[in-house]
Design a protein around this ligand. Structure first.
Ligand code: ADP
Length: 392
């Protein structure tokens, strides 16, 4: 006997309705259909019980809007406005609100809503809402935002503290220097040799302290200085640095070889500072026996091989190497030399405050890059700067 096509169709419809209900009750989150004319949920999946303690049937059969009754009072007007606005909207629109769960606690819900049924005049009849409990994400996000804010505040506080302290320290120091020099000028001939010697030591110490304060100021002010990224030809930038260091380069007869460096989107003044510090160091820490020879090269490498620095593996990085043939340093100190005021060589032989490489590191980090060094005593040093090629 031939089957009745009408029966067949309704069987199929029944099957797809069962299937749909099965899917809707399997997925996570509450899904409901709200009818604007009946002013209630005409479908709601079983997850509603776990979420609010109401059974789906209870909500659908209730005369009042039980779902809405579980929404936080402070979010109700926002929810209602959104529901009314939905009537005139095409496509999905989102809303966040708090819903009371079956333990009486508030959870944050993200709902993606869509009017899917309209009458012949285009009036909205029903909308579908697919909700997700985002309480944990929200909590984690809120915590992250709060921690970030605190961190920013602490950083600013620290920078301004360093800056204020340094500025305030400069004035009394300037006076001590002035009076010490005055005593020296006027009394040099009348005071004893040992007092003269001590006075000289005081003046040298003060000058060193002034230098330390200036360096500290420079270090603390890197982030507040003007930040303008400019596409820059590194070859030209280093040529300018060489001009600034002309006297030192000539005095030490340093040879600087630059091989075809790229254009990079950088803060030029900050990068000049980086190369000034690196080249200056390469000359300062050169061997007495050899003329300083500095090689600056560049190559591109993928972020995936720089994972140990926390590099972005989707980016290409430009690796700039500054190599010298100087006295070197023990390789186990390769990380520590970037710490502020960390010095490996005696200050009576090599002048300096130990802030130069810390400044380099801060600048390179500002450019979302990394800096590293390797060396061996007596075998020269190599400094590597990694900067994302495509990004600021
Ligand atoms: P400073 O040179 O003022 O001491 P830096 O921060 O520039 O400070 O360098 C920190 C330390 O790293 C130096 O004191 C030195 O011991 C070591 N250093 C830096 N550059 C080199 C280099 N090119 N060769 C050998 N040692 C270096």
């Amino acid at each position: 006997m031939a089957s009745n096509p009408k029966n067949n169709l309704s069987e199929k419809l029944e099957l797809s309705k069962d299937f749909l209900e099965f899917v809707l009750n399997t997925i996570q989150g509450v899904v409901y259909v709200y009818d604007f004319n009946e002013k209630k949920n005409i479908f709601i999946n079983e997850n509603i019980f776990e979420a609010t303690g109401f059974k789906a049937k209870e909500i659908m059969e209730s005369k009042s809007d039980l779902y809405k009754a579980s929404i936080h009072p402070d979010d109700l007007s926002h929810f209602e406005e959104h529901r009314q606005a939905l009537k005139n909207q095409e496509g999905i629109s989102q809303i966040e609100y708090r819903l009371r769960n079956n333990n009486g606690k508030w959870m944050t819900i993200l709902s993606r809503d869509l009017v899917f049924k309209r009458d012949a005049n285009g009036e909205a009849i029903q909308y579908l809402a697919a909700t997700t409990d985002i309480s944990e994400i929200k909590l984690a996000n809120d915590l992250l935002t709060k921690t970030n804010k605190e961190l920013l505040y602490k950083n600013e506080e620290l920078a301004s503290f360093a800056s204020i302290a340094s500025h305030d320290l400069k004035e009394p120091l300037r006076k001590i220097t002035m009076f010490s020099k005055l005593i020296k000028e006027r009394e040099e001939k009348t005071i004893s040799e040992s007092s003269n010697y001590n006075l000289d030591r005081i003046i040298v110490s003060i000058e060193r302290m002034q230098q330390l304060i200036d360096d500290l100021l420079e270090y603390s002010e890197i982030n507040v200085s003007e930040i303008v990224y400019v596409k820059t030809d590194l070859n030209l930038l280093i040529e300018k640095v060489k001009l600034d260091l002309k006297d030192l380069i000539e005095e030490k007869q340093a040879i600087i070889e630059i091989s075809n460096l790229p254009n990079l989107e950088i803060i030029p003044s900050q990068f000049s500072q980086v190369f000034t510090n690196l080249i200056h160091n390469a000359i300062k820490y050169s061997k007495d026996s050899d003329l300083p020879r500095i090689k600056i090269t560049a190559e591109q490498i993928p972020g995936s091989v720089l994972k140990h620095f926390g590099a972005d593996d989707k980016l290409m990085y430009c690796k700039i190497a500054v190599e010298d043939n100087g006295i070197g340093f023990p390789n186990e100190s390769a990380e520590r030399i970037f710490e502020p005021f960390k010095r490996l060589h005696p200050k009576d032989i090599y002048s300096g405050t130990g802030i130069g490489l810390a400044i380099c590191k801060k600048i390179v980090l500002n450019h979302k890059g990394f800096i590293a060094a390797e060396s061996e005593i007596g075998k020269g040093s190599r400094f590597y700067i990694y900067i994302p090629c495509q990004e600021k």
